[in-house]
Design a protein around this ligand. Structure first.
Ligand code: SIN
Length: 435
């Protein structure tokens, strides 16, 4: 790959990367890079659904649920934007061909922990896969968008405290991608943890690059553990998620003696803590999710992905219980951004899990992540559209060998580990060292 010039460089092919690209004006050249294959993003794995205000009257209640789950550590103005723009963004997704499940000619709204009503739209239990496929298909159709897979960002290109693109490794050689604007949508940090629902490749690259370039970060300690990942006693690349929407549809949490011990629809941090406490009290490494009352036919139709995933791991819904335990799932902190997803560095935006809009506070409300990805990546694109014609592309000269680029890649990984070791303190053992 030679050095390239583009209007916008986007890092990441999850919901935030693809949707920001689709919202950039069609006469602007956009390059999206993906560290692995495009579909190997965490968006693809999202099961539960996407929260949306059911109608205008539900907006305030949606805001309150998000603030309460976030322990009121959220940025309220960002939460208001999220809730107000949710309906419009779901409509845009539908206009691109997204298919949700319906019941009686209405969305089949489901529920998850912390929501006071059913307000989550979904596509069986494979909502993220459907979102990815919808956006990816559209992006491939657009003449102004190119997607480069297996292309790793190792640093940004900067001059005079502004970002002008990135340094990447592709096919064993280094290239510079020069851009007027850059959007980091490089995802979360789960790959740094021994047990996570995330892909191994989510190693906080964006966080490390931001830290090393003095770009403002915030709330690195806000790390979410999902209450119900499938418990398995062997090492796995990633833990299999058992969607919270199963609880929303009636599954019950029981300890190993079959006793109830928590309200399963409380916010995630509380349910995870209650499970850990119960595991400690009963001397076990898991609890059960009891699905015995839900009916096999309903379960197979409503949760085909989880059904197949469990079968592949030797578990049948017929057994009536699924062993589960909390594992790392999501990162609420990240690169500090404003309401238009702009970072503290000129020319650089961040959206999706790598960013901190402040929407989630200390604990994300279930199914708000895909929504945040949609709302705030579109805002980034709109802001860029308003400035792009007045901005000149600056080609920052940089001589960099493959050896040096590989060194940067290695340093990013140790920098990310270092940052999270600091905030995790005694829980440090949960981080993978030097993987
Ligand atoms: C789930 O389906 O439980 C996960 C959805 C989310 O992370 O919000």
């Amino acid at each position: 790959m030679m050095d390239i010039c583009t209007d916008v460089l986007i890092v990441g092919t999850g919901v935030a990367g693809l949707f920001s690209a689709l919202n950039i004006e069609a006469d602007k050249k956009v390059i999206i890079i993906s560290k692995t294959k495009a579909d190997e993003c965490n968006t693809y794995l999202a099961q539960g659904g996407i929260s949306k205000a059911k109608n205008k009257d539900d907006t305030e209640s949606f805001v309150q649920d998000t603030l309460k789950a976030g322990r009121h550590k959220n940025r309220k103005e960002a939460v208001e934007v999220l809730a107000k723009e949710s309906i419009k963004n779901i409509d845009l997704l539908l206009s691109l061909g997204m298919k949700f499940d319906y019941k009686d000619e209405e969305f089949d709204y489901t529920r998850e922990g912390g929501h006071s009503i059913n307000r989550i739209v979904h596509s069986t239990d494979e909502t993220g896969k459907m979102v990815f496929e919808t956006l990816y298909k559209e992006a491939k159709k657009r003449k102004n968008i190119s997607i480069i897979e297996d292309c790793i960002l190792v640093d940004i290109l900067k001059e005079d405290k502004s970002c002008y693109g990135g340094i990447v490794i592709k096919n064993g050689s280094v290239s510079l991608i020069h851009s007027k604007f850059t959007i980091l949508a490089s995802g979360g940090i789960g790959g740094l943890f021994t047990n996570s629902t995330n892909r191994r490749t989510s190693t906080g690259d964006g966080i490390a690059i931001a830290f090393r370039n003095n770009i403002e970060l915030e709330n690195l300690e806000y790390i979410q553990f999902h209450p119900t990942a499938l418990y398995e006693d062997k090492d796995r690349e990633r833990r299999f998620l058992i969607s919270e929407s199963l609880r929303g549809e009636g599954a019950k949490l029981k300890n190993i003696n079959g006793e109830a011990f928590t309200d399963e629809l409380l916010p995630r941090d509380i349910v995870s803590n209650n499970i850990w406490r119960e595991q400690l009290r009963t001397g076990t490494d898991f609890v059960y999710l009891d699905i015995s009352q839900m009916g096999e036919k309903f379960l197979k139709n409503r949760f085909p992905g989880i059904y197949k995933g469990c079968l592949a791991r030797g578990l049948n819904f017929k057994d009536g219980v699924i062993p589960v335990t909390p594992v790392q799932h999501y990162f609420m902190g990240g690169i500090k951004v404003d309401l238009n997803s702009k970072t503290s560095m000129n020319g650089l935006y961040a959206c999706g899990e790598v960013s901190c809009t402040g929407v989630h506070g200390a604990n994300r409300l279930a199914s708000n992540s895909l929504l945040e990805g949609l709302v705030f990546s579109r805002r980034a694109a709109i802001d860029i559209n308003s400035k792009i014609d007045d901005k000149q592309l600056k080609v920052v000269k940089k001589d960099i060998t493959l050896e040096k680029a590989l060194q940067l890649k290695k340093e990013n990984l140790s920098c990310a580990l270092e940052q999270f070791k600091k905030v995790l303190g005694e829980k440090e053992h949960e981080l993978i060292n030097n993987r």
